[in-house]
Design a protein around this ligand. Structure first.
Ligand SMILES: [Mg+2]
Length: 421
């Protein structure tokens, strides 16, 4: 069924859908062959095209390349940092040399992802399902649908669905949807205690965490590390910011826990449209400032920008100025610093993981930003080859491109794959 024949349910904003459709059609306009040229190892990581005179020129990635890059590079960054998450910088140097971890290999990380990537995938899946619901029945608040997705993640962490699903498990022995059939997700990878506890509290029958009714006072980085996919939800960057905050507040009640997530979603949203990171940060500042409790995040971001002006600093200095990334505002600041001080995706990821702190989360957040800026072609092929669950991550992201693209599927198989509730 073509989209024009689709009957929009009452309550669905046709105007909203039209805007998203136009936006995505524009960004998908660059021919595929121009998007798969090898990267120029020089000044930038954009694929190289040829003009009519045979001259090379950099082809900025399309929206689709950037979305794929955002999710995949986030997973790569997570995996690069995973084995050094709890190591101080001098120990990292002793084990991996002066440069620290520079890739996957027998002596270093092997491509295994952690809870950061798992939860990012469930954010993305939840948003796809919320969007399916909005198209076929009634537009509504996407936050409960994302909560439902996080309860499914909790189930993958070893809790029976009857204990993990809360209200969503009523009358259902098992959770539904395609992502739950990917058995590789059923693995515990040092899941954040804050997330697990908050989701269990909800499953036990308590109200959902929100900014108005904080579930705790945590500002751990478990909110920001999973927030990047929220950028896809709307063409309106402020809607994205607010949804980033609300979905993080399901598990993190301190403003720095959810405003870091909102800020990341906002920055990714800007990068996906081709805006430079400094311009994205400039646009974010007045938005962030309007929210209560923004001071810590704003201060860390400001420090990250100032530090990047100085250039590359030691891992020790990074920790002194920006912290270890265990909390939301620090994780975002370290990722932003790593982006601003480099001009390629691999370099940004190396800077983002080699410090004394939460290396997998800072790598994950930096990867989200770097992938959105440079596109999927900028990720070294051997890194992608070794990335755990790459087929699952790629399939889910391609499904998101379809769902948020100009002609989202409407067949029964799609509705089984992404039940809209
Ligand atoms: Mg982790």
């Amino acid at each position: 069924m073509a989209m024009s024949e689709w009957e929009w349910a009452p309550g669905t904003s046709q105007e909203h859908v039209d805007r998203i459709t136009r936006f995505h059609m524009d960004s998908l306009a660059v021919p595929v062959e121009q998007r798969i040229r090898p990267s120029d190892p020089g000044r930038h990581d954009f694929p190289i095209g040829l003009d009519e005179n045979g001259r090379k020129f950099p082809v900025p990635p399309t929206w689709a390349d950037r979305v794929l890059g955002c999710v995949l590079a986030g997973a790569v960054g997570d995996a690069l940092g995973a084995s050094i998450e709890f190591l101080p910088i001098d120990m990292i140097r002793r084990q991996h040399g002066e440069q620290g971890v520079t890739g996957f290999g027998p002596a270093g990380p092997d491509g295994t992802i952690t809870d950061d990537t798992q939860m990012t995938l469930f954010t993305l899946e939840g948003l796809i399902r919320a969007h399916v619901r909005d198209r076929i029945s009634n537009a509504g608040d996407p936050v409960p649908v994302v909560q439902h997705a996080y309860q499914r993640w909790l189930h993958t962490q070893g809790f029976d669905w009857s204990q993990a699903g809360g209200p969503f498990a009523e009358g259902r022995a098992q959770p539904d949807g395609w992502l739950m059939t990917e058995r590789g997700l059923f693995a515990r990878r040092a899941p954040g205690n804050t997330c697990v506890t908050a989701l269990r509290v909800f499953a036990a029958g308590n109200p959902a965490g929100s900014m108005a009714n904080p579930v705790n006072d945590s500002k751990g980085c478990g909110g920001v590390m999973r927030a990047a996919p929220v950028a896809l939800w709307s063409t309106d960057a402020e809607v994205v910011f607010a949804l980033g905050a609300a979905t993080a507040a399901l598990t993190h009640g301190h403003p720095s826990g959810y405003l870091s997530a909102a800020s990341l979603a906002y920055l990714v949203h800007g990068l996906l449209t081709g805006t430079s990171l400094p311009d994205c940060i400039a646009a974010l500042t007045p938005v962030l400032t309007r929210w209560q409790g923004h001071e810590e995040q704003l201060a860390r971001l400001t420090t990250a920008v100032r530090l990047a002006d100085e250039g590359l600093v030691s891992g020790e200095r990074l920790a002194d100025e920006l912290g270890g990334g265990w909390v939301g505002e620090e994780a975002l600041a370290i990722a932003v610093y790593a982006m601003l001080v480099t001009d390629s995706l691999p370099e940004a990821l190396r800077i983002s993981v080699n410090h004394s702190g939460d290396s997998d989360s800072t790598g994950s957040v930096c990867g989200n930003l770097a992938g959105a800026r440079y596109g999927v072609a900028a990720i070294p092929a051997d890194w992608l080859e070794q990335l755990e669950l790459r087929p699952t991550i790629t399939s889910l992201t391609r499904d998101a491109l379809a769902e948020f693209g100009p002609t989202p599927p409407v067949d029964d198989a799609w509705l089984q794959r992404y039940p809209g509730w």
